[in-house]
Design a binder for this molecule. Structure first.
Ligand code: TSB
Ligand code: ZN
Length: 640
């Protein structure tokens, strides 16, 4: 017998080898039904794992936060088993529980398509009916390596485990998986689930390694909860920028034009143009100088910068002509280095802040492309700042604060700030330890001094230096990098940049790379999802739609006010189509135009406008000038 002590201090004797499920059942049948797993002396135990010694036990029930994770982690195993039955050559990467469900990274010869998910789901249901117990077993390192010897992914995971780690595997009948555990005991306990989507994912998130297929799913304890979640997902889909971008005529993606090479349609271009003007003004006020450089450069330029050695994977193949070799630039930094070198610089000239709206191309793996969020041709709100060492902190901070302002003006919110550092073990970073240590130390100090909370991410730095990345969460739930400030001691060396110091000697400037509000492509994807396509007035492609009640009686006045709005730099349109009034009003509505103005007798007689704002019910009548004043104020205040 062993003694089990409960959180309230009471204890009871049980047979050695009793499980959480049995203990729960002993207490009450409803507790048994609610039980999902447990903590035994603080360790997470599967529902059916035998307890071998005296222990304090805490039963995890469906209500506990951990329960969702245990269920979804178990569901990942269930899915892997189903996949293995359908695709016997399948090899498995990792399959964790995540915030809203689970995924598993899978390598199969024959690609799994979206249509195949139902087939896999059906197989999962079959395994649920088979009531497979999820059995835990401890293996020695040698045994584990032998068992998984035909699976390179699992072999790598085992090899990377710390020496003293107890290696465990879980079996459900014919299927065995390497796993630390925390399971729901039996496949019969996984009842309400759905497979959702499939996407490409690099092994260990490293783009230089194999791409696996990541299948996402979600599992819940009741049908009702599952349905509720699916509803949220459906709502989210409504916000999907790919759908909204099409409906609102913002952009087009076509395989004939090329994957990840987005075409901006008139509405999209208008928004982009407004944003470009906005960025220009913002940067002007902050002392930036604007330049323009080509999308193409010599391969040599990128050899000097180090991109050729460290970033080639992300570049399109070279172009050769008459003995010259060109590359399509993936970044503009080398060009800006040359701009800096175009003149002699003294310490008094610094900082110099060159800004450019940079069109650049990156070879992103086709599986990684996602609407406008990740593309191959992109235009970045870029800048490179050339500063003295004593100016680094102030300039990084000013750049950071300018980013905060822009994000605020756009009505967006930061999810968190990431400090991306180098991983010494990886070859993709330049190898001057001294420069790395200095740059990373400075960035940490600066964030700490300013009280900016951040998450450090090893291995995510740029090849030339550490980055402060500002992350946002899209309405679709992805966390992506919006803005970035990067500290670079390398490129000034490589391009032999100098300035004459107060001492009359040559000194090296430091470069700060800054991405203000990402690329137009990524920003548009974020904005579309954030606003469900209903842009705030300052960004809306069309701000006002003027609709005469009658084409015969109200056309002149309608045209007069429309012209007036345009004279006041408002993006106003007149709807003179031979359509019914109701149709036109609905059209303005589906196009999500902020202001809809209907012109009838009263308006003509009183020189007023009657407007309805998008999303609001009531109509408001005001003198025309007052309307113009109001909308101008709103535009100046941006998204507030
Ligand atoms: C800031 N040289 C620096 C620049 O000076 C640079 O290019 N940094 S970057 O590689 O981090 O990219 C800048 C920003 O571009 C990222 O923060 C991200 O917001 C955006 N971006 C990167 N790749 C893509 C892509 N494939 N599609 C859309 N936007 C992208
Ligand atoms: Zn750069």
């Amino acid at each position: 017998m062993i003694k089990i002590t409960f959180p309230d201090g009471t204890s009871k004797e049980y047979e050695r080898g009793i499980s959480i499920e049995q203990i729960a059942g002993d207490i009450s049948s409803s507790l048994k039904k609610q039980s999902v797993a447990g903590y035994v002396n603080g360790d997470l135990y599967d529902l059916n794992r035998p307890i071998e010694e005296d222990a304090s036990v805490e039963i995890i029930t469906r209500k506990d936060q951990k329960a969702f994770e245990v269920l979804n982690h178990s569901a990942a195993h269930l899915m892997a088993q189903a996949v293995k039955r359908l695709y016997p050559d399948a090899k498995f990467g990792v399959g964790p529980a995540i915030r809203e469900g689970f995924y598993y990274d899978i390598d199969t010869k024959e690609p799994i398509r979206e249509e195949d998910l139902l087939k896999i789901e059906n197989m999962m249901r079959r395994i649920v009916k088979e009531q497979q117990s999820m059995e835990r077993k401890e293996l020695s390192r040698e045994e584990a390596l032998a068992f998984f010897n035909d699976d390179p992914y699992k072999t790598e995971l085992i090899t990377d485990l710390p020496e003293d780690e107890i290696i465990t595997v879980y079996s459900q009948n014919e299927f065995t998986d390497l796993c630390r555990g925390g399971h729901i005991g039996n496949t019969k306990n996984i009842k309400f689930f759905k497979l959702l989507s499939i996407a490409g994912a690099y092994w260990r998130g490293d783009s230089s390694r194999n791409q696996l297929q990541r299948i996402y799913g979600t599992a819940w304890f009741t049908q009702e909860d599952l349905e509720k979640h699916l509803e949220i997902l459906a709502e989210r889909k409504e916000r999907d920028h790919r759908k909204l971008g099409k409906e609102l005529r913002i952009f087009e993606l076509s395989n004939d034009a090329g994957q990840g090479l987005a075409l901006w349609l008139p509405n999209g271009y208008t928004v982009r143009k407004i944003l470009e003007d906005y960025v220009y003004k913002l940067e002007k006020k902050a002392g930036y100088l604007h330049v323009s450089t080509p999308v193409l450069g010599t391969k040599r330029l990128y050899e000097i910068s180090g991109h050729w050695d460290h970033y080639r994977e992300n570049m399109f193949p070279v172009m050769e002509r008459d003995g010259e070799t060109f590359v399509l630039r993936p970044m503009s930094c080398p060009h800006h280095m040359i701009v800096y070198k175009s003149d002699l610089r003294s310490y008094r000239d610094l900082p110099i802040r060159y800004a450019e709206i940079v069109t650049q191309h990156r070879y992103e793996a086709s599986g990684a492309l996602s609407g406008l969020e990740r593309v191959r041709a992109m235009t970045l709100t870029d800048a490179h700042l050339f500063v003295r060492k004593d100016q680094i902190k102030k300039e990084v901070l000013d750049a950071y604060n300018l980013i905060l302002q822009a994000i605020d003006d756009l009505g967006l919110e930061i999810e968190y700030v990431e400090l991306a550092l180098r991983d010494k073990a990886k070859g993709k970073f330049h190898d001057n330890d001294e420069l790395w240590d200095l740059a990373e130390k400075l960035m940490k100090e600066l964030l700490d001094e300013e009280g900016i909370e951040y998450t450090a991410m090893t291995g995510e730095a740029a090849f030339y230096g550490p980055k402060i990345d500002i992350q946002v969460r899209t309405a679709m739930g992805h966390v992506i990098t919006m803005s970035t400030v990067q500290l670079d001691f390398l490129l000034p060396e490589r391009f032999d940049l100098t300035y004459i110091g107060q001492d009359g000697e040559k000194h090296r400037p430091v470069v700060i790379h800054r991405g203000l509000i990402s690329t137009w492509e990524r920003l548009m994807s974020i904005l579309l999802e954030q606003y469900k396509g209903a842009f705030p007035t300052w960004l809306a492609p069309t701000q006002i739609r003027v609709i005469p009640v009658s084409l015969d009686n109200h056309d002149k006045y309608a045209k007069k006010i429309n012209d007036l709005f345009i004279d006041y730099d408002l993006r106003s349109e007149l709807d003179m189509r031979e359509e019914k009034l109701g149709y036109k009003i609905r059209a303005a509505q589906t196009e999500k135009i902020p202001y809809q103005i209907v012109v009838g007798d009263d308006e003509v007689n009183n020189e007023t406008v009657t407007y309805r704002k998008y999303g609001e019910k009531e109509q408001v009548t005001v003198p025309t000038k007052e309307f113009i004043h109001m909308i101008q104020e709103e535009i100046i205040n941006k998204s507030k």
